[in-house]
Design a binder for this molecule. Structure first.
Ligand SMILES: [Mg+2]
Ligand SMILES: [Zn+2]
Length: 192
């Protein structure tokens, strides 16, 4: 019996990486604002055949700001916007919980990444997680993937000296997803 070989993936946080960081929450599809250069980067990943998987905290669900159904509509709207650039997301994983739920999937915990890896046959050690917050970097490190911090959202360049970032140093820092694309492609393509 031949087992399918585990493959690398590009894991992405959503807000502040693919779309403009809403500061609070994206509560309706109409509020999504795509970062165009991120769409171009995702199209480059898609062209190599590597799965692109979103792993995003959405505690607005636990707080009653929007439902899982609305969240699915927001994902669909994001796919439509990406489609204009020939880009798509292969799977969405959301944590709908808040801190009080003490779940295993709210980043900085690695549950979303671990579940996605299991369900898609992903080799975590050859994969990359891109996020805009220390929570993303900590989750990525806990899951055993390489980590990229982008400065297109929560963390600004002047915050790179902060204790939170120093305690959870990423493997790579870039201005945005497009700026990290070469590094990411090198990582996921160098695992043969
Ligand atoms: Mg974010
Ligand atoms: Zn959760």
């Amino acid at each position: 019996m031949s087992e399918k070989k585990a493959r690398p993936a590009v894991f992405l946080d959503r807000d502040g990486v693919i779309n403009v960081d809403p500061v609070e929450f994206v509560t309706r599809p109409e509020e999504l604002q795509l970062i165009p250069s991120s769409a171009e980067a995702i199209a480059r990943f898609n062209a190599t055949g590597v799965p692109v998987i979103v792993c995003s905290n959405q505690s607005g669900v636990a707080r009653g700001l929007y439902t899982m159904q609305t969240l699915a509509q927001i994902s669909q709207r994001l796919q439509e916007m990406l489609g204009e650039y020939g880009a798509h997301i292969d799977a969405f994983y959301y944590c709908p919980h808040d801190d009080a739920d003490n779940c295993d999937c709210r980043k900085p915990r690695p549950g979303l990444l671990l579940r996605a890896a299991q369900e898609h046959g992903i080799a975590l050690e050859h994969s990359v997680f891109v996020g805009d917050s220390w929570r993303d970097i900590m989750a990525g490190r806990a899951a055993g993937v390489k980590t990229v911090l982008v400065l297109s959202g929560h963390v600004k360049p002047e915050m790179l000296d902060s204790a939170e970032i120093k305690q959870h140093p990423p493997d790579h820092v870039a201005p945005d997803l497009q700026g990290a694309a070469e590094w990411i492609l090198h990582q996921v393509n160098s695992c043969e």
